[in-house]
Design a protein around this ligand. Sequence first.
Ligand code: HEM
Length: 486
Amino acid sequence: MSPKLLHQPWQLLAHLGSREERSLPHHAVSTCDGDSPGGNNLWELNADSDTPVPSVVHSQPWWEQPHGEVASNHPLKCSVNPCCYFPCQHQGVCVRVGLGGYECDCTRTGYFGTNCTSPELWTRLHDWLKPSPAFYHFILTHFKWFWDIVNSTFIRDTLMRLILTVRANLIPSPPTFNSDYGYISWEAYANVSYYTRVLPPVPDNCPTPMGTKGETIKIVIEDYVQHLSGYYLSLKFDPELLFGTQFQYRNRIAVEFNQLYHWHGLMPDSFVIQGEEYSYEQFLYNTSMLIDYGVEALVESFSKQVAGRIGGTQTINANVLQVAIGVIKESRQLRLQPFNEYRKRFGMKPYKSFQELTGEEEKAAELEELYGDIDALEFYPGLLLEKPQPNGIFGESMVEIGAPFSLKGLFGNPICSPEYWKPSTFGGETGFEIVKTASLEKLVCLNVKKHQLLLCPSHEAMGNEENQGREFWSRALPQKLGPGST
Ligand code: HEM
């Protein structure tokens, strides 16, 4: 069919040579058969380049034609992914915009511009001063007398450190792609049965499902943790806060965190929905509650009903009591150290008595009888029985031990790393903006029918910046916590 068949995109790229800004329009639009004078030319996207481009090639990229030609009326002909041309230079990431457009994410590449080709000042200087690899190699493999001196001084360590950092920085961490996922995704990060890849495979399409993860972390920190902490300091989800510090972007759930998070004391004694009270027997496993009342009614009711207090000497509702018993059994099987040891481990003073722990006499005496010594008190019971903070939901230890696990888990997510935290990971600037402005209020209010939730402001009001409501919870919840269950 074509006189000059290009099987591989990189064969074409060899023709293009160095591509400057002008060679690729920002939102380049691909051409379809018949609607351009150029006609059947997949690579015409680059036709304004001054380097020669083959005039007649396949209508489809090689990876879309495993069994030969695609029919001339095939829709593939009209939807060429511009990222297939690798327009973004200097490790910029290509994101599709609409059908035929693209955007280069130049974040932290040291370059800017449509195709990340304009160097920032420091980059320009760095590039100008940087000797070639051949030069380094020559120096390193000649002048033995010189190296004999270097090797016996501190300069040896300095140079070795330089080599280690320069070389290691070329390998992304957290890892980026694998052979099935050419975009930053949970699967590419977490599925360790694949090799990782430094460069993505040649793209066919570029979906980017990382957005929901980012929204979740934003909401968890700025709405949920904010609410739980009771802090007046306004918590902020901004991964860039950690870019100047040593931080490992990974996390493993600890047994202690799993044990600590058994907050079944939060559960109320019954469920009040639109004025009707339902028992556990009526509520659990009863899916018709959701179907009949709908999400709006349930959110409205549960955000207004007072929760049980976790800390202090409240009892846990009988329906979830077995879970708490299970936690204690598990902790014995796993030989968890006593509560006071964990107090010390997390920077707190060990309690000297049960009275000091509970802040009262009666339960303290019972515990004394049960354990004999405050240093024998177990981890989970210690967390639940500690006197709560004034107006708080639980005691000091739950916060001091829980917060490090929680924050490490949230900020240790790979999307917070300099490698991932950029627009292209979230499908472009629009997706990045959604992540950076996510809130519980938006999540709920933009997903229920208009006017069905009295808590929600009008949709228009929610769109504007000043009204990026963190006040959702304060409208929803009573200021004071309830007395706890039973
Ligand atoms: C009606 C309400 C609830 C019921 C019936 C319930 C029931 C259960 C059950 C049966 C288990 C498994 C226990 C085991 O494996 O021995 C469990 C685990 C757990 N629950 Fe709940 N729960 C409820 C509410 C909550 C709430 C409000 C929290 C608060 C965060 C919570 C946190 C946990 C945690 C962290 C685990 C351990 C999960 C794991 O190890 O994978 N639960 N729950």
